[in-house]
Design a protein around this ligand. Sequence first.
Ligand code: NAP
Length: 282
Amino acid sequence: MIELKGKPVAEAVYSDINKQLSTWSEKKWNSPHLAVVLVGDDPASSVYVSHKQKACERLNFKSTLICLPATASEAEVAGALQKLNLDSGVDAVLLQLPLPKHLDEKKLTEIIDPKKDADGLTQASLGALMAGQQKVASCTPAGIIEMMDHYKIQLTGKKVVVLGRSLIVGLPLFHLLIQKNATVTVCHSKTENLSNLIAQADIVFVAIGKAEFFKPTDFKKDAVVIDVGIHRRPEGLCGDVSSENAEGWLSARAPVPGGVGPMTIAMLMKNTMTLAQLHRQN
Ligand code: NAP
């Protein structure tokens, strides 16, 4: 069984960004600038945001972090996003999710200027993705496709199942896989005969958010399984798929930890770079 590790793929993305950046000084272009809005003190979100800042430092991107209290009103969060939209020095804006329960994530995400939409989650970005015209796509699904390309996992003509239909993972992944000519079935909590569907698929992308809900033998022998789930437990991180008997059953899998995980931030940097380049060209 091949372990599809995210780190080498993320490193290749960083190295490509560095290569592109090396031509920027001749053009007298400023470094890309990513701004992140963090509301509240969710520990996992704080960790993700600090990793995003470190990635910016590593690439010499400018980064701005706007921290608002968990009690911030919708108007306050909207105001912070509008200010970043108007700031011509900011290339990319990310509203860190999840937000505290009293805030409407879809409504606030929609305030981000699509030209600065670092995670491709505004309706304009999602519409462009559906039309196959996206400038950037949501970081985790885009990172998964980058991994498929890197490891030369053929998607054309393959029978693929995506488990989960969230706006952040399942749905954008569906569109990206269709663009790669896969034959895709998207499943969710109301899907009937799920076990039959996954037992027939060549490649399964699992993003249901339930710790070790599946075991490798639930999938077809020699299937490729990409586990997107992340769950923190006292004994460490795990995914939506357990590891028992994966060796000898699956042909390849993206493990948790070490699989898709590192790709999300790498793609955020790539998206920031893409948006910054578009701003400087226009
Ligand atoms: P989410 O918004 O909770 O969506 C879960 C999806 O799974 C929903 O569409 C749900 O169906 C479906 N589902 C739930 N139980 C199911 C079942 N038993 N059978 C089939 N489908 C089922 O989660 P998400 O934001 O997409 O995240 C999914 C997982 O990926 C989480 O563990 C999250 O932590 C992880 N994640 C990882 C990264 C990364 O960087 N690696 C990034 C984002 C997310 P309904 O629509 O019918 O409710």
